[in-house]
Design a protein around this ligand. Structure first.
Ligand code: ATP
Length: 265
């Protein structure tokens, strides 16, 4: 057995509607995944091969993982998630074996998605250690072996696309390169609203105002702001022993506590 924890098949429950903003990206990726499943004969007729791999890049907390999961949920694909660092931290030779196992598991579970988070950990330019090179070579070999997107789609995510080995992005590999950026004003409003639907929000809370004041925040930071406001309301409940809705004053407290790391990077 490998030293790596078992990679379990998941059935994610993330829907496109759980993700604020990213409209074009959603449409684009939907097409990439659904077209080969729905219209294989159209693709064959026009001699267009299905995509095998998608690279999602962009700053942390901006929904790369959510997008990968939504792709699986919405198209009814099995989902295997692996972190790059997890694969690399193994005895000599074990990383390669772990990688091959993941692909064989994904083939057995097809149609499926393999999601590699922090792909840079195993696919940095080939200047690194010998071990790292072997892992990258194994990854490229496995990707070249997947016959069609209909079966197994590789989705990889990174915050550091510049360190990736260009061989990984060649046609037929992770050649579908998609930037997943911080939410704009409309997207921030949506992210707030998605969270607020599952909470109890007071009438004085103005989502437009919150979205204006969170320019440069990642989606993860917006969720963190909401939860911190929720905690401030819970503090009030401790004091009053009465249920409290989340009011603007709770968001005021939260915005002093939660600052965006994203913009200050
Ligand atoms: P990392 O690079 O750190 O892995 P990521 O880009 O994969 O980050 P996610 O894990 O998808 O980011 O997002 C983290 C969390 O932030 C999500 O679980 C969700 O709660 C929230 N979030 C981020 N973006 C959005 C969004 N557009 N809509 C709703 N929630 C979001």
């Amino acid at each position: 057995p490998t030293a790596m924890r078992e990679v379990f098949l998941e059935t994610p429950k993330v829907r496109w509607t759980d993700i604020g903003g990213q409209k074009e990206l959603k449409q684009h990726l939907k097409k990439v995944v659904e077209r080969p499943l729905k219209f294989p004969e159209r693709m064959q007729r026009l001699n267009v091969r299905s995509k095998k791999g998608v690279l999602l890049y962009g700053p942390p907390g901006c929904s790369k993982t959510l997008v990968a999961k939504a792709l699986a949920t919405e198209a009814g694909l099995n989902f295997l998630a692996v972190r790059g660092a997890e694969i690399l931290n193994q005895y000599v030779g074990e990383s390669e074996r772990a990688l091959r196992e993941i692909f064989s598991k994904a083939r057995a579970a097809r149609p499926s998605i393999i999601f590699f988070d922090e792909i840079d950990a195993i696919a940095a330019k080939r200047s690194g250690s010998q071990g790292g090179v072997n892992v990258l070579t194994t990854l490229l070999n496995e990707m070249d072996g997947i016959e069609e997107l209909r079966n197994v789609l590789v989705v990889a995510a990174t915050n550091k696309p510049d360190v990736l080995d260009p061989a990984l992005m060649r046609p037929g590999r992770l050649d579908n390169i998609v930037y997943v950026g911080p939410p704009d004003f409309e997207a921030r409003k949506e992210i707030f609203s998605i969270w607020m639907k599952k909470s109890v929000i007071g009438p004085d809370v103005d989502v437009d105002e919150l979205a204006i004041n969170t320019e440069g925040y990642s989606g993860a930071e917006i969720i963190s702001l909401c939860e911190t406001a929720g905690e401030a309301a819970l503090d009030d409940e401790d004091t009053t022993n009465e249920p409290q809705d989340i009011m603007q004053r709770h968001f005021d407290i939260a915005s002093k506590r939660v600052k965006s790391q994203l913009t200050s990077e």
